[in-house]
Each structure stands twice: as structure tokens, then as C-alpha cells.
Design a protein. Structure first.
Length: 461
């Protein structure tokens, strides 16, 4: 990591020593609520100090870099956790550990500049040793992505302003784009809430309040059946009970009414945690996907070029990948050179391979010659004609057993405009066996019905 390049990327954001901003303050408050810690920070690591863009639980805005836990965290690729600083030789003599604020626990998600340079962290801190649940780790990582998105937007806003000053004609177009980004981010798809084990609402954020047409205290202490229509409330409560019974985060697709009576569609992440009082709680974060769906539909209907906002649709890749990973069907994705760029867990199980063993390889490199030639011929047909292949085929499993499949192959363009080929195969081995057995039974019945069993001659006249 080149320190000069890193500092230059931080300075380019022009964020150091700027006033507090509510969107960052809300995120650190939510991080503390989810992780049940008294201190949370958005910390940016400067040349000789760490400066806090947002802070909860600390009165200072900066500390020396030489004492910084975050200076260690930015060297990590993902979440950095110190469960007990007093027992960690890197920190046991640190003045922030031995003196105020007496740090014992630290967890920080690295933040990167748009160019990928590590510049700081979203971190949570406690004065007692502790651990985070898998749900809390996942939620802290998601919140870190929210902070990083705002940092990226800040640099985009700066670029738009520079273009505005350079060219008046370009100004109107760039300003419109800037307004769209500001509107999307300031009113973006991010609702959050916390309920107790009985289902009573103990916290919800301003976005959810505004989307539902209530003030920020109206629902406190109320249960789902007092807030939502009966059928909807029953579903929410059923989902919450299932999440509270587990230990990990769970994704859900939810629908709720807006203040104007229209429906809002959400991609929700719910997870359990234990509050300061030792009682089990449920937290949820919901992304409003309604605008993304509408924007995508408008773009397709108008055949417009991909706009800056279309980059927000990259989030759909994650949702698609999650669906494909958990599908029981054997699923491949290849590039236009025939190299495998994705396969799901069903492929790993059927062929007895690891999660990365076949990535970057072609069919000729991994399959028997005859099978590979057949698959490559099908791929070429789809890519050259644009017509889907829907056919019955067979494949040999890791245990040597031959399985029958219904296979569908189709080509599509990814978000970068590259031609990709997808293959989804449904195992119909058992259905095929049953069909053959039924055909044999019907043939036997036909024979008995039309043949004299004593003479062997046809009984038809």
C-alpha cells in the first residue's frame, strides 16, 4: 500500500474537518444499536491523526494516528476485530486502552476511496471484552458499504461541480445528473427498525417513518397487528419469530403500504441480537427496490444508453447470485470464449468439485471428450443464432451414475454489454425412469388385451 497514493485519495474527497452530517451520524447510531456498543465512529486515517466524520460515545473529533486501531484495520481486506485489547500484544499498552476511553473491544469495516485506496473505517467500540454474532458482522459490513457509497457520491458531486465551472452548456446535464444522485441518496432505499422479542417496535428510522406517513415516535411500543393490515402483520410476525429462533441474518422480500396508499417493495435483511438488558431483540434493514425496478423498466422501454444511475442496479447481481447459489438445478454461466465464470453449489455436489476448481476453464478442459463436444456444439448454436436450446441430455455424476437432465441454454448481455451464456439443467432421472416403467406396463397390458395367452395368437378380429 503506497501511503502517498492513499493520502492523496483521502484529500481528494475534501471531507477532512468538514461539519457533521446527519446521514453519517444516523449510520453510526444504527451501528451502535445493532452491535450493542456504547461507541461507534466513521474514522478517516490522515497522515498523523485519525479524524472522525461521525462519532457516538466520544466527545473528541480526532486522536493521534499512533494510537489508532483503525490504522491497523485499513490494512485488512474485510472486518477487523479485536475482542480483548488488554490481551492483544499490539494494543495492550495503547493509551486508549490503559486510559480513557479504556477500549477493550474493537470491530472495524475498512472504507475505500472510489479508486480502492483504504482511507478509514466504520467501527464500533466497547469498554468490555465481547464478540459479534454473525448477524451483527453482516449488518456492520452492510452499514460500511452505505458509508462508502456516500464517500463515492461525494467525489462524484465534486466532479460534477468542476464540470459545471468549466462548461456552461454541460452544466445543465451534469447538474441534472447530480440532482438525481442527491435525490436518490437523500431519499434512498434504506429503512431500519428494531423490535423486542414480543414484537413491540423500539426503534425505526426517519426514512421508514416518512415512507409510511407517520412521525418518528408514533409506532414506538406498538406491535405489527397495531401497525399493519392483519394478513401483512401475520407474515411479518411469522418471519420475525423464525429469525429470532436462529442465529444468522435472513433475507426476506416484503411489501408494505406507503403513506399515499401505494405499495412499497423491500429487500429486507433481518437478524437477531442480544440487547444490553440481556434480552433477545430483532433488527431489520430494508432496501426500497421499487425505484430501481421502475428505473430499469423505463430504461428498457426507451432503449436508452446505460446512465449513471443504472450502476445502482449492480445490487441485483448479488440478489441473482444468492438465488442461483441456492437453486437445486445445475447452473453454469460462461463468457463468449466458453470459459466458466460461475457455477452453483449444485454443480459442486453433482461433480464432486470445489467452489473454484472449474472457474476460468472450458468444457474441453474438465469434461470427457464426447460430453464436452456436445456441450460446446450447443453453446455455439445458442451464441450464433440467439435461439435458446431446450433439450434432454445426460451427465455423469461424481459417483459414476448417469443422470438424465432437461437442459435450457440461453445467451444474455451483462451490465457491461458482454455476451454471456447461461445453462440451467433440471435432473429428470427419476421422472424418466417412471415414464419408461409406465410405457413398459402399458405395452404389457396392450399385449395381454390383444393376444390369446394359450395360443400366442392375436385375439383381434
Amino acid at each position: 500500500m503506497d501511503e502517498n497514493v492513499r493520502i492523496a485519495a483521502l484529500l481528494e474527497l475534501e471531507i477532512l474537518d468538514t461539519p457533521q452530517e446527519k446521514e453519517y451520524d444516523d449510520l453510526v447510531h444504527l451501528a451502535s444499536a445493532i452491535c450493542d456498543t456504547p461507541i461507534s465512529l466513521v474514522s478517516l486515517v490522515d497522515t498523523d491523526r485519525q479524524w472522525f466524520k461521525a462519532a457516538m460515545g466520544l466527545d473528541v473529533r480526532e486522536t493521534p494516528r499512533s494510537l489508532s486501531f483503525c490504522a491497523h484495520a485499513i490494512r485488512q481486506p474485510d472486518l477487523f476485530v479485536v475482542e480483548d485489547a488488554a490481551k492483544d500484544r499490539r494494543f495492550l499498552s495503547n493509551a486508549l486502552v490503559t486510559d480513557n476511553p479504556h477500549i477493550r473491544f474493537y470491530a472495524g469495516v475498512p472504507l475505500q476511496a472510489p479508486g480502492g485506496e483504504p482511507i478509514g473505517t466504520l467501527c464500533v467500540i466497547d469498554r468490555v471484552p465481547r464478540t459479534l454474532s454473525e448477524g451483527q458482522r453482516a449488518a456492520l459490513t452492510i452499514l460500511g458499504a452505505q458509508v462508502q457509497t456516500r464517500l463515492t457520491l461525494r467525489l462524484k458531486q465534486k466532479s460534477l461541480q468542476q464540470a459545471h465551472e468549466a462548461n456552461q452548456e454541460l452544466c445543465h446535464s451534469l447538474q441534472a445528473t447530480n440532482d438525481l444522485f442527491l435525490s436518490f441518496m437523500n431519499h434512498g432505499p434504506f429503512a431500519s427498525y428494531i423490535k423486542d422479542a414480543d414484537g413491540s417496535m423500539v426503534f425505526y428510522n426517519k426514512y421508514l417513518a416518512e415512507a409510511s406517513g407517520v412521525d418518528e415516535q408514533a409506532w414506538i411500543g406498538l406491535k405489527d397487528e397495531e401497525i399493519w393490515p392483519a394478513e401483512m402483520a401475520a407474515k411479518f410476525r411469522s418471519d420475525d419469530i423464525a429469525v429470532l429462533a436462529g442465529e444468522t441474518a435472513v433475507e426476506k422480500d416484503d411489501v408494505s403500504p406507503r403513506a399515499d396508499g401505494t405499495a412499497a417493495f423491500w429487500k429486507s435483511l433481518k437478524f437477531p441480537y442480544v440487547g444490553q438488558n440481556g434480552k433477545r431483540m430483532l433488527a431489520g434493514m430494508s432496501i426500497d427496490v421499487t425505484r430501481e425496478v421502475l428505473h430499469e423498466a423505463q430504461a428498457e422501454n426507451a432503449l436508452r444508453e446505460k446512465s449513471a444511475l443504472a450502476n445502482q442496479l449492480v445490487a441485483s447481481r448479488h440478489m441473482f447470485r444468492s438465488f442461483m447459489e441456492n437453486s437445486p438445478n445445475i447452473t453454469f454461466v460462461k463468457d463468449d470464449q466458453g470459459r466458466i465464470v460461475f457455477y452453483n453449489a449444485a454443480v459442486e455436489t453433482f461433480f464432486g468439485i470445489s467452489a473454484t476448481e472449474w472457474l476460468g476453464k472450458t468444457a474441453q478442459e474438465i469434461l470427457p471428450e464426447a460430453m464436452a463436444e456436445r456441450f460446446v456444439s450447443q453453446d455455439h448454436e445458442v451464441l450464433s443464432t440467439g435461439v435458446n436450446v431446450d433439450a434432454q441430455d445426460e451427465m455423469v455424476a461424481a459417483d459414476g451414475e448417469v443422470h438424465q437432465f432437461r437442459k435450457v441454454k440461453f445467451a444474455y448481455k451483462d451490465l457491461d454489454g458482454r455476451t454471456m451464456l447461461a445453462s440451467v439443467s433440471q435432473d429428470i432421472t427419476e421422472e424418466t425412469r417412471q415414464a419408461r416403467a409406465l410405457a413398459q406396463a402399458n405395452a404389457k397390458l396392450e399385449f395381454l388385451a390383444t393376444t390369446d395367452v394359450l395360443t400366442g395368437l392375436s385375439s383381434r378380429r
